[in-house]
Design a protein around this ligand. Structure first.
Ligand code: SF4
Length: 320
């Protein structure tokens, strides 16, 4: 089989990483490329293994998203799966991922098996922490099943589902943008886009929905005024409706275009999407390094926080 080509694309998370640490961005999108091939250089395989590291809070989010996505796909096909069944599935999935990480199955396939930051970097993660994480999954699913969005989705006709957690892309200013809408449905003359959140509210959440709005207006031809964009914070059981104006969408387009241009500006060859590590400096903000999956490469012999630092807070995505 021909080897995959590394083509340039843009996403909000890619922008955040580019802003946070150029070296992390390089490792994640260029240095680790091809690390899944068994004949790849061991250093590239290591970078790919580190790139695939996830944290317990991220795993909680992944499990909750997968459980909800499966429940909605069943709902769309006419089966209303009881909440208890969904929760049991989610707990099993979480336990399986923990075991995979503990037993280092990722050494056989980093893309298939979970590698937890807490295990890899030997951070404290007790049985009580494990039970708390499992409880959080149950709480998030309870909040989903008792939410207003769930009652809307329960009464939505199968043909009115537009997307359930489907990775898709669209083009903006010659750049491919990847998006995964958690769920989008037609309901009473509007298009509802719900984004499940298992963490705290962040300003970046609004920007992510602005990118989804660009997708819906561009690819589905839906007027902005027909869109209902909602961040659903399951852990705290609140919903944030994001109202966007045409100006907001214009600003988002400009933001994406400028961000992609900055990223391309550091490439050796933007046409071929090739890059050299030396062009992507390590951050001075060693606070960022403490939670970075690549710290084993950048700081192999020491705790990054022991090093001098010039900043303390990671840079946040800032838009309108
Ligand atoms: S460990 Fe620090 S310098 Fe290295 S990639 Fe991560 S954030 Fe950047």
């Amino acid at each position: 089989m021909p080897k995959l080509q590394n083509t340039f694309s843009w996403s909000p998370s890619r922008h955040r990483m580019f802003d946070s640490c150029k070296r992390q961005y390089y490792y994640n999108y260029y240095g680790s490329w091809g690390g899944w091939y068994r004949d790849a250089d061991p250093e590239i395989q290591l970078l790919y293994r580190l790139k695939k590291i996830t944290t317990i809070p991220q795993l909680v989010g992944t499990v909750v998203h997968e459980a909800i996505s499966n429940a909605l796909k069943a709902l769309q096909s006419g089966r209303d799966v009881p909440p208890q069944t969904v929760e049991t599935y989610a707990r099993k999935l979480f336990d399986q991922n923990l075991q995979d990480s503990e037993q280092q199955r990722y050494l056989h396939s980093a893309s298939k098996y979970t590698n937890l930051f807490e295990h890899y970097y030997k951070e404290s993660f007790t049985e009580a922490d494990q039970a708390n994480a499992a409880d959080r999954i149950a709480e998030n699913l309870d909040a989903f099943f008792t939410s207003k969005p769930h009652s809307i989705l329960q009464t939505t006709l199968p043909e009115h589902y537009l997307s359930i957690e489907k990775l898709t892309s669209f083009s903006l200013a010659n750049t491919k943008l990847w998006v995964t809408l958690d769920v989008a449905v037609r309901h009473k003359g509007s298009i509802y886009v719900f984004d499940w959140k298992t963490g705290k509210e962040r300003e970046a959440d609004r920007h992510q929905l602005a990118v989804y709005a660009l997708y819906a207006t561009t690819e589905w031809g839906i007027p902005l005024s027909d869109l209902q964009l909602q961040d659903v914070y399951l852990q705290v059981d609140t919903i944030s409706t994001v109202d966007l104006t045409p100006d907001d969408l214009d600003q988002t387009r400009t933001f994406v275009t400028e961000s992609a241009a900055s990223m391309r500006g550091l490439l050796d060859d933007p046409e071929q999407n090739t890059a050299s590590q030396d062009t992507f400096p390590m951050t001075d903000n060693t606070h960022t390094c403490t939670t970075c999956p690549f710290k084993a490469v950048c700081h192999p012999n020491q705790n990054p926080t022991d090093q001098p630092t010039t900043q303390q807070e990671p840079v946040q995505l800032s838009l309108f």
